[in-house]
Design a protein around this ligand. Structure first.
Ligand code: ADP
Ligand code: MG
Length: 463
């Protein structure tokens, strides 16, 4: 067979799969690219190792079966991570399979109307086009993109829950979904913060205007509620959201929520609402890796009037790793200087950002104290606790420091993980369970931990 034939076979297989699975699932998982073929093998590119694993597990036999049905012959598929040149190895929205030309099967897709009015509650720069996609967030991006293209069509994606620590792009991604639905579909897109939702509810309740509230929230086509963790303790608002949820869910209207921690960690939220948040698809955003940070800075720089040399971008990418908001803050300092004073060199940048690089974040104050005290107790340095070393003499103190951070502060496992060199919440959870177990088995260790915690408390832990 000529190489061209394999390409055609692949395209046809993808067409059939798209019809069979529907646009939403297809957009989400079939971000695949035909690269090459040999006698019995197709080489297919995937955007990341994460995708590679997932697609192999979920779809490999299925796709191979489809090809066999089509050509009456077995072809094996090899999925390879489609490496891009350095600094360009982030996926841009334009790399995603474009399905805009074909209207969605069930949803009333209409061509983008350029003259459609801007959505007033959405920031106009929070779109998919300005969102930089890297290895660490492409799953969340693809989920958001699938939902935006096919809102409300599948219960598997309703609601979409985006969770992760502060400044990691939850609001940006949520509003990008809002823009896309607003621009491409008829119907009302409502974006509101959980706080705004609560305030409006309480106000209208007080004025005896519940009918107006219900009218507003139960008859929208997409409801986006940002930062649902802020509904903790709002019992009546939670109840109202519960009814709103069921009304929209039954009417097959798309919902999107964001939360700053895994839902299981919400303490004062009713179980029935917590479970509903997770009925659809949950995706988490993690702190971006170096490559993504670099790409984000370059992208943000496009909208500025000044140039910043790559070596400075490299410096900032290396030193600001906690979240994207801090990254942007650092960039803004540099661009303001470049615009009003003089061009920024490496030396100037180092000087301008000395505080940013050195200062612990205010919200991490207590964790810093915990890390310092635990490190001192075990004769280590705080950076050992945040670092990657796996020696036994460091791992246990690190796990203990995470455990104490969870016990003595209000921070979520996500936030604790961020303060320990960007570890994820599962690692923090594992550490806490491990220490819990050790304390139960070993009374001496238990006592030691209790003493250490008492010491830290007397040094004043704020959270
Ligand atoms: P969160 O809601 O998670 O606290 P935001 O959505 O407000 O975070 O993001 C903080 C800032 O970082 C915003 O200015 C946003 O545009 C930017 N940002 C976050 N992630 C990305 C990304 N992947 N690409 C481009 N900008 C990003
Ligand atoms: Mg936000």
């Amino acid at each position: 067979m000529a190489n061209n034939d394999y390409d055609i076979i692949w395209k046809e297989t993808m067409n059939q799969i798209r019809k069979e699975l529907g646009e939403q699932e297809f957009t989400m998982w079939f971000n695949l690219e035909y690269l090459d073929a040999s006698e019995n093998e197709l080489i297919i590119g995937v955007p990341s190792t994460f995708y590679q694993d997932q697609v192999r597990q979920r779809y490999q036999p299925y796709i191979e079966g489809k090809i066999r049905d089509l050509i009456g012959k077995n072809l094996t598929i090899s999925f390879v991570v489609n490496a891009r040149p350095k600094n360009e190895n982030t996926i841009q929205p334009s790399d995603l399979p474009s399905i805009d030309k074909k209207p969605a099967v069930a949803a009333p897709a209409i061509p983008a109307r350029e003259n459609k009015k801007q959505h007033t509650e959405l920031r106009d720069d929070y779109t998919f086009e300005t969102y930089v996609v890297g290895d660490d967030n492409n799953f969340a991006f693809n989920a958001a993109s699938a939902v935006a293209r096919n809102p409300g069509t599948s219960n598997n994606y309703n609601p979409l829950l985006i969770y992760g620590g502060v400044g990691l792009g939850k609001t940006h991604l949520m509003q990008a979904i809002g823009h896309h639905i607003h621009n491409n579909f008829d119907g009302k897109v409502l974006y509101i913060t959980a706080e705004g939702f609560m305030n409006e509810f309480l106000k209208l309740l007080g004025e005896n205007k519940m009918a107006a509230f219900k009218n507003k929230y139960r008859y929208v086509d997409a409801l986006l509620i940002d930062d649902v963790h802020n509904l903790e303790r709002g019992d009546r608002t939670q109840e109202e959201l519960f009814y709103t949820f069921d009304a929209l869910y039954n009417a097959k209207k798309q919902m999107v929520f964001t939360c700053d921690r895994p839902i299981a960690e919400l303490k004062n939220m009713t179980a029935r609402l917590k479970s509903r948040f997770e009925w659809g698809l949950s995706v988490d955003l993690k702190p971006p890796n170096y490559e993504t940070r670099f790409a984000i800075l370059k992208k943000k720089l496009e909208t500025k009037k000044v140039a910043i040399p790559d070596e400075v971008i490299d410096l900032v990418s290396k030193n600001v790793s906690s979240n994207v908001r801090d990254l942007e803050g650092a960039l803004n300092k540099l661009t303001a200087y470049a615009e009003y004073v003089k061009p920024v060199t490496l030396e100037i940048a180092q000087e301008l950002l000395r505080d940013v690089f050195a200062a612990p974040k205010q919200s991490n104050l207590s964790i810093d104290i915990i890390q310092r005290e635990v490190a001192e107790y075990y004769q280590l340095s705080p950076s050992d606790l945040k670092g990657k070393k796996k020696n036994k003499s460091i791992v246990l103190p690190r796990q203990l420091a995470m455990y104490i951070s969870r016990k003595l502060t209000e921070l979520s496992t996500i936030e604790v993980g961020q303060s320990f060199g960007g570890r994820d919440h599962a690692t923090v959870l594992h550490s806490c369970n491990k220490i819990d177990g050790l304390m139960r088995l070993n009374p001496k260790f238990d006592l030691e931990v209790q003493n250490l915690m008492r010491n830290i408390k007397t040094h004043g832990v704020k959270s």
